[in-house]
Design a protein around this ligand. Structure first.
Ligand code: FPP
Length: 246
């Protein structure tokens, strides 16, 4: 699959990815799960590069879910160390590629060193004008929705908003993705067909693309394949086919 075969006027503005299969990839290669996560960083680098080449505006990667805290402590610790290393090592590369990085999720729950390295990388890439790379860390869709409800209730109690002002638009503005368009395309690797608490509100009308490829083997060419598939879909948003075509 080559980039030139894609329709340039039908590139999704926002692609979200559930990076899955690191553990199985490691088992298949006779190694431990941590090695699978390490190899996953190469896939992240390739996909970020490919997204930038395509002119995708926003790429959200599900790097660590709220539920991932329940994994064995050594795996959680290794993932956190891996994240810090990857963030530190990749920041120059992100700057070279004009990529801005932000993070969403319950960031206060991350270890202090992860928080400070993240803040530094976010600050150091903040002036970039290309791809917006959104890392979902200690994130879950339900957590985010509850947080939004809390903020709205607080504003209502302080008489900052009235009941009638609570709309879908206002609700979206209280999510961690405020100001970012909903993903047109959601990709999940590793042959699993689940959403796993990712961007629950934002994916209401996303197209889903599932691939059996395990995350450490995923490369930008696979992203281009997913987008080719996306470009063949008819997005009806509840309307009829005839309405869309006319
Ligand atoms: C899911 O595979 C993957 C994760 C929980 C971690 C994803 C993290 C990375 C790819 C590390 C690098 C990330 C960045 C943003 C630098 P799994 O462990 O659930 O695999 P399995 O289902 O085969 O067990």
């Amino acid at each position: 699959m080559v980039i030139d075969e894609l329709k340039k006027n039908m590139i999704p503005r926002h692609v979200a990815i559930i990076m899955d299969g690191n553990g199985r990839w490691a088992a298949m290669h006779g190694s431990n799960r941590i090695f699978g996560h390490q190899q996953g960083v190469d896939a992240v680098r390739s996909v970020v590069e490919g997204a930038g080449e395509l002119g995708i505006e926003h790429l959200t990667l599900y790097a660590f879910s709220t539920e991932n805290w329940d994994r064995p402590k050594d795996e959680v610790d290794a993932l956190m160390a891996l994240l810090v290393n990857a963030i530190v090592q990749e920041t120059d590369n992100l700057n070279d590629k004009n990529v801005r990085m932000i993070a969403i999720g319950n960031l206060a729950s991350l270890p202090n060193d992860v928080q400070s390295q993240l803040e530094e990388a976010v600050q150091r890439t903040s002036k970039n004008t290309g791809l917006n790379l959104i890392l979902a860390l200690s994130y879950s869709g339900r957590w985010e929705i509850v947080e939004a409800v809390r903020q709205i209730v607080r504003k209502s109690q302080n008489s900052e908003i009235t009941e009638n002002q609570i709309t879908e638009c206002l609700f979206s503005d209280h999510l961690s993705t405020a100001g970012i368009p909903d993903p047109e395309l959601l990709i999940r690797t590793s042959g699993e067909y689940r959403i796993s608490n990712f961007l629950l509100w934002q994916i209401a009308y996303s197209e889903f693309y599932f691939t059996p490829i395990l995350w450490p083997d995923f490369r930008k060419e696979n992203l281009f394949e997913a987008i080719t598939d996306f470009q063949c879909r008819e997005r009806r948003f509840g309307k009829t086919s005839e309405q869309i075509r006319s």
